[in-house]
Design a protein around this ligand. Structure first.
Ligand SMILES: Nc1ncnc2c1ncn2[C@@H]1O[C@H](COP(=O)(O)OP(=O)(O)OP(=O)(O)O)[C@@H](O)[C@H]1O
Ligand SMILES: [Mg+2]
Length: 330
């Protein structure tokens, strides 16, 4: 039984709109697991994350927590789900209440879920500040968000999610506003918490460099225009993408190797907002270098190649087999 599963999720914010923001997406996350969700701006990542934490109710489809459909949960069952699945936002400044001190921010979850007595509250908050590396804790307790650096605010965001002892954290672009060294230290903190507490992550990002670091040994799902077009292990998907969209995204990732840079012409994609969804066929057809008549007429289903590696493409064989060596200068 999965910790969280999203089955056949469709969503549209505007009921009158002809286009779904999410189109039949199914993903699942186990205990002590990572699923990284990648895709460009506007493809529906945050919407899926909000559906996972229960902030948005999907237009169609089922969200299950430990095997139970959350739409049927009541009382303590619903409480356990809301407490068990927490969100860490992209912009901690926007998501933290500027009028609340760090102590008040972190106490709120403890109070809401009745997790400790009033007498122990201060010590518990200090424990969590220490866990996320905000030490000496007394220095941070009574500061306000504007008195912290971006990295420190993001650590408060992580601590706020942790105080309720979740099993799954939806990290939505949790490091994209930070500089590189701070980014690595927050990613390391999240990975350490996974080891120490058996946490799972739905890790949302548009950055393959970050995914490669964070999801090594776990799975990646690629979203395109609200559809899951590829899913596979981190190593397989990056070394041997089976969807042209993944291939083009990967071709745009800078690799610190002069031979690579000389030979490679990254494929530049038009902004998703400027690209209309084709009325029929593969959603990627207008941008795909490998498409043919079949792709224009029929939508390729997501199907398995090599066991766990899935792709929604009719012609994965047309994609160069090894992204790295295929583009090397000789
Ligand atoms: N509350 C809302 N009401 C109406 N439309 C929305 C709402 N939130 C998002 N959308 C639309 O849904 C689509 C998907 O948005 P979403 O925020 O899920 O994308 P995203 O992949 O997270 O993008 P980004 O990488 O820029 O954060 C976009 O076209 C967006 O304009
Ligand atoms: Mg987003």
């Amino acid at each position: 039984m999965s910790l969280l599963s999203l089955d056949h999720i469709r969503h549209r914010y505007d009921k009158k709109s002809s286009q779904n923001v999410l189109n039949n997406v199914s993903v699942s996350i186990e205990q002590n697991d990572i699923l990284a969700l990648v895709g460009e701006s506007g493809c529906g990542k945050t919407t899926l994350g909000k559906i996972a934490v229960g902030l948005v109710k999907p237009s169609e489809g089922v969200v299950s927590f430990k095997g139970s459909d959350i739409s049927g949960l009541k009382g303590s069952g619903y409480h356990n789900y809301r407490r068990g699945v927490q969100l860490v936002h992209q912009d901690p400044y926007a998501s933290l209440n500027p009028t609340q001190s760090i102590y008040e921010t972190l106490s709120a979850g403890l109070i809401r879920h009745k997790l400790c007595s009033r007498r122990d509250r201060r010590d518990r908050v200090k424990d969590f500040l220490k866990t996320v590396g905000l030490d000496p804790t007394d220095d941070f307790l009574h500061r306000y968000p504007h008195q912290l650096s971006g990295g420190q605010r993001q650590r408060v965001g992580v601590a706020r999610a942790l105080v309720v002892q979740p099993q799954l954290i939806v990290a939505d672009e949790a490091v994209s506003m930070l500089d590189v060294s701070m980014r690595v230290s927050i990613l390391d903190l999240l990975l350490q918490l996974k080891e120490d507490r058996g946490l799972s992550y739905l890790f949302i990002t548009h950055d393959f460099g970050v995914v490669r670091y964070f999801a090594e040994g776990y799975r990646i799902g690629v979203l395109y225009f609200g559809a899951l077009v590829e899913e596979g292990s981190c190593a397989e998907l990056i070394e041997r993408p089976l969807h042209p969209y993944t291939y083009t995204l990967l071709s745009a990732v800078p690799i610190p190797d002069p031979r690579w840079n000389r030979s490679r012409t990254p494929v530049v994609l038009r902004n998703l907002d400027d690209t209309a969804m084709p009325a029929q066929g593969c959603p990627f057809v207008q941008r795909c270098p490998f498409s043919d008549q079949h792709c224009r007429e029929e939508t390729p289903p997501l199907r398995s190649f090599d066991g766990q590696h899935k792709s929604a493409c009719f012609h994965p064989d047309r994609i160069p087999s090894n992204l790295r060596s295929a583009s090397y200068a000789t």
